[in-house]
Design a protein around this ligand. Sequence first.
Ligand SMILES: Nc1nc2c(ncn2[C@@H]2O[C@H](COP(=O)(O)OP(=O)(O)OP(=O)(O)O)[C@@H](O)[C@H]2O)c(=O)[nH]1
Ligand SMILES: [Zn+2]
Length: 342
Amino acid sequence: MTQSVDTAFLASLGWSDFFASQIAPDEIDLVPLRIAEVHRARLTAISAAGPVRLPLAHKINTADFAVGDWVLADPRSHLLIRRLDRRTVLQRRTEGRHVQQLAAANVDTLFIVTSCNADFSPARLERYLALANQAGTNPVILLTKADTTDDAGTFEQQARGLQRDLEVVALNGRSADAAGMLTPWCGAGQTVALVGSSGVGKSTLVNTLAGLSQDADAAQQTGDIREHDAKGRHTTTARSLHAIAGGGWVIDTPGMRTLHVSDASDGIDTLFSEITDLAPLCKFRDCTHDHEPGCAVRAAVNAGTLDADRLARWRKLLDENVSNTPVQTGPRGNKISQKKKY
Ligand SMILES: Nc1nc2c(ncn2[C@@H]2O[C@H](COP(=O)(O)OP(=O)(O)OP(=O)(O)O)[C@@H](O)[C@H]2O)c(=O)[nH]1
Ligand SMILES: [Zn+2]
């Protein structure tokens, strides 16, 4: 790992000082690897020499690892020694479960994919944005199927209004130009992940970015879409890390399809910053922006500077976050409900 070739390869794989600084003096001979696949009883990783399967010690639970994680391993046997701290982590809580399920780690940019058709839903995009913000990743909205409508500009404009300074790209995921339009986020060492409903074109984009033919055997299987309801079949089953033809890496995470927002209050604040910024101007510090006099948020709605639908969606998402976030149990077994911020 001290050799310059390996150092250059590691940098192209997303390695940075953030990870290097975590290596203790007695770990200097270990080799850093990046996790590419997580299965129940198996982990695979990318090394300077190509993909490797990691032998696992007894105590290791693969559910503690995410695609994109950096780990240290023995240079000869590749026995996994430990995971390094993550820069970002995308996780989700499945209904009825208390533990968060890991979806992807060390993702720089989250491509939130929707189409220029009936799939486009501000409320769903806001859920993904809250999740991206919470994870510490930079969200970019990709509007696929721009080639099927004359109205891509309207979708773009609506998407831009969902969060301050949000980047939005309308494209045809099947065309070769798509990769070129996404180069600002896909350079060497950068990692992107894709989320979005079934049928919006995630696998198509992965294939385009990886430079794979849309119908090659190695390509991700893509499914037909039922146009009338804009819902597609679920065809993607494996989660993995793919090299992007021009540089970076793309993580495809089918596990994020059924998304519930939880533990995301900071992400929601960032998403709705136009509301968060007004709240301190309300007469009451704990204003719920519902019935109180002197409410700056409702005043903005009345003045037409804040969209009433947006306020309603903010309220709904906050409630959803609170109800999906498990309550903490106090010292005497009393339930302490999560404090609502506004
Ligand atoms: N015209 C057009 N068709 C597209 C575009 N992107 C994807 N498609 C088509 O839409 C269908 C669904 O695409 P997929 O890539 O399988 O969608 P997905 O999001 O991966 O779906 P799941 O694997 O079910 O999550 C396929 O028939 C694609 O060829 C696009 O930008 N324009
Ligand atoms: Zn108020």
